[in-house]
Write a protein that binds this ligand. Structure first.
Ligand code: G3P
Ligand code: MG
Length: 248
């Protein structure tokens, strides 16, 4: 993947706006990023929407499991007030709505497939099918990523020509074999676990290394110094300014 940016807006611009909302995506663009990361999960009626947690409680005024609500009910929830009253009225966006914005702006997209437990295959199938239908051929292909290897297997079948990011938290000992089996394009790893050696080991497989979530510019500089290709950050404008980079 030659077109990866240095900085990817994490859930939009999570430090400045309620994560995974259209307001957050707009804020990320306002701060200068050209690539954003989103988390996608299914409603009960199997509509892909942008939300991180299995439950509604932290990022909306609703309660309970995301997978227990149809889209029509989810749409009635406020996904902005918890962050700041000035975001009152923000809703949980559908992936379709998100794509209106992302494609309209000509942005790069990392769609993280974040299935409700037990819904791995259905989530990957629905989200990728929608993206296949809508993604324009004149934009760089989206990066599909997941912690769930079964979701990446679906991606391999359904979008073999699109890049896949193998997301790891605590990497399994056989991560390199798994990455090969999945045909992973990138390795997306957690920032606090990285050392010069770990990054070198990932890079030795020939794959770009993407690191989440990096909000400290000093740490970002260190990671880039070790050969990391991209960072996911909640604060793209602040981090880019501190790094004095225009290559966002
Ligand atoms: O895709 C990078 C990062 O978003 C993975 O972790 O929990 O923030 O979705 P999480
Ligand atoms: Mg994510």
């Amino acid at each position: 993947m030659s077109m990866l940016p240095r900085i990817i807006g994490h859930r939009g611009a999570k430090e400045s706006a309620p994560e995974n909302t259209l307001a957050s995506l707009r804020e990320a663009v306002r701060q200068g990023v050209r690539w954003i990361e989103i988390d996608v999960m299914l409603t009960r009626d199997r509509v892909p929407v942008l939300i991180h947690d299995d439950r509604l409680d932290r990022t909306t005024d609703g309660t309970g499991a995301v997978a227990d609500l149809d889209l029509a009910d989810l749409r009635r929830l406020d996904a902005g007030s918890w962050f700041d009253p000035r975001f009152a009225g923000e809703t949980v966006p559908t992936l379709d709505e998100c794509l209106d914005f992302v494609i309209g702006e000509g942005l790069g997209l990392n769609m993280e497939i974040k299935p409700y437990p037990g819904h791995e295959v259905a989530t990957a199938e629905a989200a990728i099918a929608l993206l296949r239908r809508r993604w324009p051929t004149d934009l760089p292909p989206p990066l599909l990523s997941s912690f769930e290897t079964v979701c990446l297997e679906v991606a391999q079948l359904q979008a073999p020509d699109w890049p896949r990011g193998y997301l790891m938290w605590e990497p399994p000992s056989d991560w390199a074999t798994i990455a090969d089996r999945l045909g992973a394009t990138t390795l997306n790893v957690e920032q606090s676990r990285q050392t010069a050696e770990s990054v070198a080991a990932y890079r030795a497989t020939g794959r770009p290394v993407l690191v989440y979530t990096v909000n400290d510019p000093t740490r970002a500089r260190e990671l880039f110094g070790w050969g990391v290709t991209s960072i996911f950050t909640d604060a793209p404008g602040r981090v880019a300014a501190a790094l004095s980079t225009s290559r966002t």
